[in-house]
Design a protein around this ligand. Sequence first.
Ligand code: B12
Ligand code: SF4
Length: 457
Amino acid sequence: MNILLVNSPVRLDARPNCIPYGLATVAAVLRNEGHKVTLYDANALRPTREELLRDLGRIQWDIAGVSGLVTTFSFQVWIIERLKAMNPQAPVVSGGGLATSIPRLLFKHAPLDFAVMGEGEETMAELVETLERGDAPSSVQGLAYREEGRVRITSPRPNIPDLDTVPFPAWDLLPMEVYLPNPVWGGEARNSSGFLPHVRVSRSMNVISSRGCPFACEFCYHLFGRSHYRFRSAENVAAEVEQLVDRYGVDFVGFVDDNMMASEKRLLEFCDLLERRKLPITWGCHARVTSAKPDILQRMAETGCVWIGYGIESGSQRILDAMNKKVRVEEARRAVLRTRQAGMFANTTFIFGYPGETLETIQETIDFKKSLGIRCGSFFATPYPGTPLYEKCRDRIPDEETYILSLGNATQFTVNLTDFEEARLFRLKQAMDENSDVLERPESVLSGEPTAGYATK
Ligand code: B12
Ligand code: SF4
């Protein structure tokens, strides 16, 4: 079959820096099954809508797939309508964060045929095979589809037990040269990250070495189910890095897994492989502060790790507990210091305006940042559908559809989860981002107008 896969654009104020990793592994699986796959990455190419339609007009497909995060709702509704109008016989399938978290809403607004929920490789391959045979989709696990005007959801598909069986992404179907020059992290990525000044990155690529996370923070969306953590073998990950170096001259790999350091044994094996194969890369990863042990950090730095991103979220224990973060403020502080001592950049991200946020908790975060010399912005606490935080805050979201349409970068305000009035909330966020004390500040300062970019409504 001819299969067209479209990736939706996100974060248009930053240059595209991450390949759509999951969509590209789905593409690789479909190709291995003998299908002809075209991958149109609208996030890399950033075409106008007219250009996109013109480009699609040149492609033939029997089945179309669309991928995107929950923030791509309006784009997906539009593109699904267009795909159906251009080729009414061809089923359209959506997968990824949007299809998994709010499939019914997508069915309501778009002429969608199928939503693949959760991991996509096996479900999509099985769906295509089922449609090719002309069988009913009801036997395909992990799927939502229309039946007699209603949306039916089949039983959940168990996660792939051995991730080493998943092929590497179909890089050759992607416009790799668009992504490679744009570092996964750093100022231009607009994800509040930095780099050490001496680190030079010329060709950077994102890799996923594990899926899921063993923890359950209240605000975090778990696409592959809560608390189900699986990791690829060190050998399998090193082989992928080696191919990226050989084929694309990659000199920096960003592991964008939720928590790349969760298995110490696998991490140390991976470091050994990098050393033994003399792979000429620097690298970075996301991790939990509780994984930051001095000997492990030392070994990571020796083998080229230059960046570790920690979701610190707050300097207030009360807020961390409310988030179900299962971390002590002191552990976060230690992780930053130890990472720096090992010679790496400790990137930190913070959430502002969590339910329960007060002047005192904001000041605690400011104190935390100041004590470590951290200067960075924060993200507005944003409840994403499918998270416990979303359920907890439903009463603050009067109309779900309007809310979903407002979701974008969490540097922008969507919903007030605190008891502060909005104008004050914006000023407080600015103060926290700039490390200006809020408890001792004269009221005249806090009641002034926030600088442009803060009153983001
Ligand atoms: C890299 C990344 C990004 C990148 C690029 C995303 C992209 N489109 O490529 C950037 C930095 C741009 C980004 C931005 C944001 N992100 Co992000 N991001 C990630 C991250 C860390 C990794 C994605 C990844 O590679 N996953 C691994 C692969 C294997 O999974 P996958 O992509 O989901 O694909 C699988 C399935 O979803 C499915 N599938 C996917 N597409 C399709 C299509 C079809 C047709 C089929 C059949 C199946 C299918 O099959 C794949 C293979 O199993 C995830 C966390 C995570 N670990 O997943 C968060 C995550 C996806 N991001 C998330 C969020 C919230 C955001 C932001 C809103 C954050 C913010 N506060 O601003 C912004 C978006 C801003 C905007 N303006 O839209 C949430 C998604 C919530 C949701 N319900 O969609 C996640 C899950 C983080 C979290 N735990 O909360 N992100
Ligand atoms: S925020 Fe991080 S540690 Fe918490 S559940 Fe999400 S991925 Fe896991």
